[in-house]
Design a protein. Structure first.
Length: 475
């Protein structure tokens, strides 16, 4: 009796298991697909169609190599399973901006040959969102921000800030904006000195509605600067307009004037600018009439003016007149929290400008944070725009836009396709190795080198051992 009933019971059990497997396949929260040995998708579940934002008809029957070529996702796990014959897991970037941990499991037939691949994709985008949340947790607390009521408005206008260092700068700029004191903004090229100058004008209650005149002292030929600054009367010199000309200081009356690259000002013009700052008056070229000017002066430079004073190329009295309130903007490498926020802001900006929907790969974000950005915010903006307009897919990947650490010199530069044929860990290791070598070139003392990188002596020594670096090799 038992022998007669065994076969029906076994068939019933198999059918039950098949129904259970089908239910699991259909209702799984993870995307699942069945791919044949040639790479063709033969079956897919609803979760997978949601990940790709495509219908089942758009996926079933398609070859995964074609989907990679079309940019639906950046890598095929099935292709690697076919090549290796083993289970393969990888992180997969999907065109929709979703990031998945995708696993391919080979299924073999009775003859031992590969029959199909079961692919499952788990959405890990939230993990990266959590990572971004942790980054943002470095932003100063609400009690600090409460002292700066205009920060939200400024950030909505494109002043992107996350670091406490830069929030301190904005806080000071906000307080200085309420006054008419002369401000000297210092900082490396590209840090955003003009942005701060604009804030000083825009948030001044007495001047915000008046003119804001910007002058780059290094961009105007020296022989034309005086006429640009102070204007001239008719017939003042050969070629002068018959009606004369109003200078920029007069045009800025009641408002603010921003003198960028003030270090490039010729010596003779430094004397005349000093008079304007002291007496608040000027005389046009070829004229005798003294003109009173009510203008707030904001100057900026990427050079050390005090060194120029000591070297005799910049007047000491003018320096002290300009440096009433110094405001220094730290370089981007010293406010790393701002890097990601700026990058994401400008990806959105250029997406809107060019009609794209592109996203930053998580590894690329990590590499951008570790790069020193010698050109500061200006370099980052240019780099992001280049990424957006030249990338083929919607995912901006590190393979296409790599960071080159040159063998000689201390400053890494950006380049394309520098790390081809290297995986992420190899790129990180090579970058770390070169950073250590560059730091040791500056100091043969490993303790000082470790301190300059912000790591412990033990960590630095372990890294040196890892890469086989000895101090005498780089000294």
């Amino acid at each position: 009796m038992n022998g007669e009933n065994a076969e029906p019971d076994e068939l019933s059990l198999i059918k039950k298991r098949l129904n259970q497997m089908e239910a699991v396949f259909e209702h799984s929260c993870d995307g699942m697909s069945i791919v044949d040995k040639h790479g063709n998708i033969v079956l897919t579940n609803p979760a997978m169609t949601r990940l790709y934002r495509l219908s089942e008809e758009d996926l079933v029957g398609r070859n995964v190599n074609d989907l990679v070529h079309e940019g639906l996702f950046n890598a095929s796990v099935s292709k690697r399973v076919v090549a290796t014959g083993h289970t393969v897991s990888l992180f997969q970037e999907i065109r929709t901006g979703v990031r998945c941990l995708t696993t391919g499991v080979p299924i073999f037939g009775k003859d031992g040959g590969l029959e199909m691949i079961v692919v499952s994709s788990h959405d890990v985008t939230e993990l990266y969102a959590l990572k971004e949340k942790l980054r943002r947790s470095k932003i100063p607390d609400s009690d600090y921000l409460a002292d700066f009521p205009d920060i939200n408005q400024m950030q909505s206008e494109g002043v992107v800030v996350r670091s406490k260092k830069m929030l301190d700068v904005l806080n000071l700029a906000h307080r200085l904006a309420l006054l008419d004191a002369t401000v000297l903004i210092t900082g490396e090229s590209g840090v955003g000195k003009e942005v701060i100058a604009t804030i000083l004008h825009k948030y001044n209650p007495r001047r915000s509605g008046k003119s804001f005149v910007k002058i780059n002292c290094g961009a105007i030929p020296p022989n034309l600067l005086e006429s640009e600054f102070f204007g001239y009367e008719c017939g003042a010199f050969t070629g002068a307009s018959r009606d004369g000309r109003t200078g920029l200081f007069e045009l800025a009356a009641g408002g603010s004037i921003f003198l960028d690259e003030i270090s490039e000002l010729p010596s003779d013009l430094q004397v005349k600018l000093l008079r304007v700052l002291q007496e608040r008056e000027l005389t046009r070229i070829g004229g005798s009439k003294v003109i009173k000017v009510d203008v707030r002066v904001i100057a900026a430079t990427n050079k050390n003016l005090l060194e120029l004073v000591n070297g005799g190329s910049f007047r000491q009295d003018l320096y002290y007149r300009l440096n009433v309130v110094p405001l220094n903007i730290p370089p981007l490498r010293e406010r790393k929290e701002d890097i990601v926020a700026l990058a994401q802001h400008y990806v959105k900006h250029f997406n809107k400008l060019y009609g794209f929907e592109k996203f930053l790969q998580a590894e690329l974000i990590d590499m951008m944070e570790s790069y020193v950005w010698p050109g500061n915010v200006r370099e980052l903006i240019n780099f992001v725009e280049r990424m957006v307009v030249t990338s083929r897919g919607n995912i901006l990947k590190i393979e296409d836009f790599s960071f080159e650490m040159p063998e000689s010199g201390d400053t890494p530069v950006l380049g394309a396709n520098v790390f081809n044929d290297r995986n992420m860990q190899q790129i990180i290791d090579e970058t770390e190795r070169r950073v250590i070598i560059n730091v040791l070139k500056k100091s043969t003392n490993a303790t000082k080198a470790a301190k300059s990188l912000g790591v412990s002596r033990a960590t630095f020594a372990r890294k040196m051992r890892k890469y086989g670096i000895r101090i005498r090799q780089v000294s």
